[in-house]
Write a protein that binds this ligand. Structure first.
Ligand SMILES: *Cc1c(COP(=O)(O)O)cnc(C)c1O
Length: 293
């Protein structure tokens, strides 16, 4: 197992482009079948710090469908750390958690109530020399790692860069890694998460003056909600462009870009880059044959 960033390609999307507007996607989903996309980039500097601090165990938090949790399990296995995941909700095992456990992660299921108090949980294990990563990999090092997504391929000619937002960590990195003439646009996949702008600003590396825009109206009902219209869209996009998307993040992202194109949001001339941030393992929770890919 390895994270092969050479596999990342820039794919142009003919069905979204016109003579004056070009659209392409950075396929970071191609890195690895489980740890696809932004999660590896967000984790890399945390892992380096854990190593520097001589922690041999890394602990973090997440829900039963968290891409962050499974990516952390895989990365820890690859780099020789033990991994511990504190999971929200006591319900049974999802495909994501089964995968994480098979990668060697020790899982603790917590009630929604106890999960809320992260400091209390960390306090209980204060005697262990564990390195803690926040839920979703949120934090400055996470953003710094995400910034390096833009340097695997030459992205300098794009006028707009659009990405999906959960915690906003990846977006903070994209803002930091983009040039001052590029506009960065984030599509929030959570319903009414109006704290997102503040969360992004809090972890922007200092000296970053770049601006960004956020959209809150493409969540399709809320986090991980996937009405039939979204599944239809995923199949339709795959048939046109052979781009597989995930139901939590990237399907809503691509849909949003197509909708904004229809509204002529990007003006008369633009070169748009859509960050395909991976997450395809999340589709395993769908019934068989829902998707054509
Ligand atoms: C986690 C994830 C995101 C969101 O990243 P944040 O840094 O939390 O905003 C976007 N896309 C995919 C596929 C993800 O797994």
């Amino acid at each position: 197992m390895s994270f092969d960033t050479n596999k990342i390609s820039l794919q142009s999307l003919q069905s979204l482009s016109t003579h004056s507007i070009s659209v392409a996607t950075l396929r970071t989903d191609l890195i690895h079948p489980i740890v696809s996309g932004n999660k590896w980039f967000k984790l890399r500097f945390y892992l380096e710090e854990a190593k520097r601090l001589k922690s041999n165990t890394i602990a973090s938090f997440g829900g039963a469908y968290s891409n962050h949790i499974v990516a952390l399990a895989a990365a820890c296995k690859l780099y020789g750390f033990n991994s511990v995941g504190f999971i929200r909700g006591e319900a049974g095992n999802s495909p994501t958690l089964i995968e994480a456990a098979s990668l060697g992660m020790k899982l603790y299921h917590l009630s929604r109530e106890s999960y809320k108090d992260k400091l209390e949980i960390m306090d209980q294990y204060a005697g262990e020399n564990w390195y803690w990563i926040q839920e979703g990999g949120y934090g400055v090092q996470g953003a710094q790692g995400a910034a390096s997504m833009l340097s695997v391929r030459d992205c300098s000619a794009f006028t707009h860069i659009v990405c999906a937002c959960g915690t906003g960590t990846m977006m903070a990195g994209i803002v930091a890694g983009s040039t001052s003439i590029q506009r960065v646009i984030g599509i929030s996949v959570l319903k009414n998460n109006f704290d997102l702008e503040e969360s992004v600003k809090k972890i922007l590396p200092s000296g970053t003056t770049n601006q960004f825009d956020l959209f809150h109206n493409y969540h399709f009902g809320g986090y991980a909600k996937h009405p039939p219209a979204l599944i239809d869209y995923m199949n339709h996009l795959f048939e046109r462009e052979a781009v597989p998307t995930d139901l939590v993040y990237t399907a809503k992202l691509f849909y949003a870009v197509e909708d904004l194109l229809k509204q002529q949001y990007f003006g008369n001339q633009a070169a748009i880059l859509i960050i395909h941030s991976g997450g395809l393992q999340g589709n395993k929770s769908l019934p068989n044959k829902s998707l054509v890919f």
